[in-house]
Each structure stands twice: as C-alpha cells, then as structure tokens.
Design a binder for this molecule. Structure first.
Ligand SMILES: *Cc1c(COP(=O)(O)O)cnc(C)c1O
Length: 495
C-alpha cells in the first residue's frame, strides 16, 4: 500500500451522506419526517400535458425499444480506482485482457454490417492529436488542429459517386448514419416546415426518432414481404395528405432485410399525386447500402441527377473504420435555410454536432485512396457473391433463408440457442436473424459459421426431443399412479 498522503481519499460529492428520503424513517430509526408542505402546481395540468405528449409521440414510434422485446444483459465494468503504486501494472493488465476480448469478438462477428477488415497502422502516429473539425467543413474555424483538407477530399469523392457537382453540394462527415438521417430530415423540415414525414415501417429507428425530436407529423408506410415500401399504401397516404408537402425517407437498404425502396417508383407516385418538385423532399438513408449500390450492376441509380435532397451513409459499415462515422451530402441551396454564422467559431453552424471527430475523415480518406472506385467495386462484388453462397448453404442445410436481389444481407430463421446468437453477435428481430456479408466475412468464416449453426440446431433438436420424452415419461407415470389409485379405491391389497 502507498503512504497515507499518496492515497488520501478524495471526497467526492457523491460520497456526501445522502439526504434521508422524505416520509420514511431514517437509518437511526428516528421518527418519520413529515412531508414538506410543497405546493404542487396544478397536478391536473401536468398529467394532461403528459398525456398529450404521449398521444403526440406514440404514432411515431417505429418499434418499441422496451418491454418484452429486449432481454437486457447488464454490462460488466472495469471500476475506476484511485491511483496507487501498482497503477501502471493494473492498467496494463486491464488493457491486455480487454484487447484479447476484442480480438475474439472481432473474429466471431456476423450480425452487424461492419467491415472489420482494416489496418490503419500508418495512421497510428496521429493518435497524439486532438483533431476536431468543429463547424462547417468548407469554412476554416479559428481552431487550427483540424483535418478539413481530408474531409473535403472525401466529400468530393462521394459527390462524384452520387453525381453532384462541386459547388452544387454541401455535406460533412458525421458521427454515424443516424446523424446523417437526423441531418437529412432536418434539412427537409427546414425547407418544408409544414411537411409530413413518410417512411416505411422497416426504416431504421433513427428516422422516426428524427420525427419525434423535431415534432413532425409522420406516416408509417406499410412494407411488402421483401421489406420494401408498399407503394400503393404510400400513394394512398400522399394523396390523402396532398395539401401538405411530403418529406420522404427512402431506404437504400433496410437494416434488417437489406431491402431497397424503389426511388423511381416513389418519384412517380409523388408526381401522380400532384406534387411538384418544390413540394417534396427526399432523403435517402443509405447507411450500409448507399455505398454499395453504385457498384452493383443493374441496380437502379441513386443519384442527385434525380430530384433527391440528401443521401447519408455510415463510414464504419462498408468502408470500415475504428471509430463510428458517416457522410451526409445535400444540395448547397437547401443549406442556406439552415445555417447560421457563429462568431465564436468564426464558422457557420449547419451541422447537428458541434465538435466533430477529425480522425474519421482521415480514416475514410486513407481507405478510399488505397482502394479507389475499382477496389470498392471488387469488395462489393465479393460480398454479393459470398452472400449468395451463404444463402445456398443455409438452404441446403434445410434452413429457410431470404436474400434481396441487390443485397448482401442474408435473412434466415432465428436460431433457438441464445448462447449461439450471442457468440456470433447475430442481430435478430422477431422470428428472423440476419448475417450481413461484409468484406471481412470470408468463405472460410462462412464455412465455420455454418458448421456451428448446424451443430447448434442439432443440439437444440436433440434437447427438444429429450424434453418431449421426459414429459411423456412423467405423464405415463402419472397415468399409472392414477390408475392404481382408482384400483386401490376398489379394494386394493394395501387397504
Ligand atoms: C445502421 C443503419 C443506420 C444507422 O447508422 P449508425 O451509423 O449505426 O448510426 C441507419 N439506417 C440504416 C438503414 C442502417 O442500416
């Protein structure tokens, strides 16, 4: 142990004795303290406000995030201890242990659409810097430790991919796909303040979260079995609400089934319902697939040559990055409605976040520069091929599977064994699970996964059969007892 002075405990606010709860005897067993005479301001009003708020919010809820759908697993913690003499050794042990966990979890990951195959070794020396691109990427702030030159390079790359000229577009590197959705929908709302948000019920939960945050009216459009928007239902809804502008979220790859909403069909519906271009705004949520679809042959084009307002993607999904990040691109003319000068930054404020991760643009720049458009195309082709392979393997093993034609998301029956789901980090919703085939999901890994899945299913089936036998045995014993009791009642030998 270190000397008393070195380890003198620091008194924290949370170590102050807690006040005794009102209305209960305190720990010394003293008499109950009376409730203080606080005037509760109009309880009726608070209640009704809350009810109104709920009534207002509930329709926007995509999927309930609480209740029986989730089985919370509590996270363990590495406690933060006060420094002592073996602090450095202790830190080292924790980090080594944690690193081993990361290696194992990275190896056994199938469910989420993250490309875990990357090596940013040459960028390690940049860890020493607090790189922050706060504010607008195109306008230098007074804070000089930034990476805007990389950010603009990456943005131009995406602008070219989605066919919008430099000078015509505005965008930035976000913290994640969710931030891209929050931004795209905000740009729509600020340009069409009275607009109603339309999104399919299989949209990512961040889309309806945006509607809740911005207090927008929203319509959940039904979906087809594939996970695509039900265009007939969409048509009914936009026709019914034709007096108000439409802000439409188009899924370029849904989270669970990888379904792509047909942008051309949606545009046609809007036109038929009498919406001119100044009365609708389309945000394309391409978190995963927005970066893959331009490289898929025969896929419909998602491009700014069509009247869309914004596209967003996640950077840590298909590209692969050690930190969550993303990109959002919109038209320059829409941003004017939204941005404000901020003297403190000497920049403009048109982003959702203030401080922005300046390392993220460098990671993206590095991978895009190393792979180029050609390398990305190869990655996409390999993922689609391997996704087909997985689907075929599942079907041959007698497991029902589905793969949308443009997608690398393979959907199949949810495995029964929760331990298996956890081990392979499968994302599940209701009766289905999926594997999103990313560049790091190799043929060998699929092979290993299938062997484990088949084994787990066999084990579950064996256990289920065993359980049935056990129940049948109990029932038979019970029947026998019952029979003997009846016989006994009629004058059995033990009476
Ligand atoms: C993953 C995903 C998002 C959210 O992206 P994050 O980077 O996780 O915030 C949004 N939409 C879709 C379709 C997604 O798959």
């Amino acid at each position: 142990m270190a000397t008393a002075t070195a380890t003198r405990p620091v008194m924290l606010a949370c170590e102050e004795p807690l006040p005794v709860p009102v209305g209960r005897p305190d720990s010394n067993g003293l008499a109950e303290r009376p409730l203080p005479d606080v005037e509760i301001t109009n309880p009726e009003r608070s209640r009704s406000l809350k009810q109104q708020a709920l009534a207002h919010v509930t329709p926007y809820q995509a999927l309930p995030v609480q209740g029986p759908l989730v089985e919370p697993r509590l996270t363990a913690s590495y406690p933060v201890l006060e420094p002592d003499e073996d602090r450095d050794e202790r830190i080292q042990t924790v980090i080594e242990e944690y690193k081993a966990t990361l290696v194992e979890r990275t190896r056994l990951h199938m469910g989420y659409p993250y490309n875990l195959d990357f090596d940013y070794g040459p960028l390690e020396s940049l860890q020493k810097f607090c790189i922050n691109n706060l504010g607008d990427p195109f306008i230098e702030s007074n804070y000089g430790v930034h990476s805007r030159e990389f950010e603009i390079g990456v943005l131009h790359w995406f602008a070219r991919l989605w066919e919008i000229d430099q000078g015509e577009y505005w965008g930035y590197i976000t913290n994640c796909g969710t931030e891209g959705n929050l931004h795209g929908i905000l740009v729509g709302r600020e340009n069409l303040p009275d607009g109603i948000l339309y999104a399919s019920s299989e949209s990512h939960y961040s889309v309806f979260k945006a509607a809740r945050m911005y207090r927008m009216d929203s319509v959940q459009v039904k979906t087809l079995a594939s996970g695509e928007m039900d265009y007939d239902h969409f048509k009914q809804e936009v026709t019914r609400n034709a007096r108000r502008p439409a802000i439409v979220n188009v899924n370029v790859g849904t989270t669970v089934k990888g379904a792509v909403d047909d942008l051309d069909h949606i545009l046609r519906v809007l036109q038929e319902a009498g919406y001119t271009e100044d009365r609708f705004y389309i945000h394309c949520d391409g978190a995963l697939f927005g970066l893959m679809i331009p490289f898929v042959r025969r896929a419909p084009l998602v491009t700014f040559r069509k009247p869309i307002g914004s596209i967003s993607v996640s950077g840590h999904k298909f590209i692969g990055a050690p930190v969550p990040c993303g990109v959002v691109i919109t038209r320059q003319r829409y941003i004017t409605a939204l941005s404000q000068d901020v003297e403190y930054l000497n920049s403009k404020d048109a982003t959702i976040m203030g401080s922005r991760n300046g390392h993220a643009p460098i990671y993206m720049w590095y991978t895009l520069t190393r792979k180029g458009y050609g390398g990305m195309r190869k990655d996409v082709e390999r993922c689609l091929r391997n996704a087909h392979l997985l689907k075929t393997m599942l079907e041959q093993a007698g497991i029902t599977a589905m793969l949308n034609p443009l997608s690398s998301t393979v959907v199949f029956e949810r495995p029964k064994d929760a331990g298996f789901i956890r081990k392979w980090q499968l994302a599940c919703e209701g009766p289905i699970a999926h594997v999103v085939v990313m560049p790091n999901i190799t043929i060998d890994k699929l092979d290993e996964f299938m062997a484990a899945l088949i084994q787990s299913r066999a084990q579950c089936a064996a256990e289920a059969a065993h359980q049935l036998a056990r129940e049948a045995r109990l029932q038979a014993a019970h029947d026998l007892e019952e029979e003997e009791r009846l016989n006994g009642g009629l004058g059995g030998p033990w009476q």
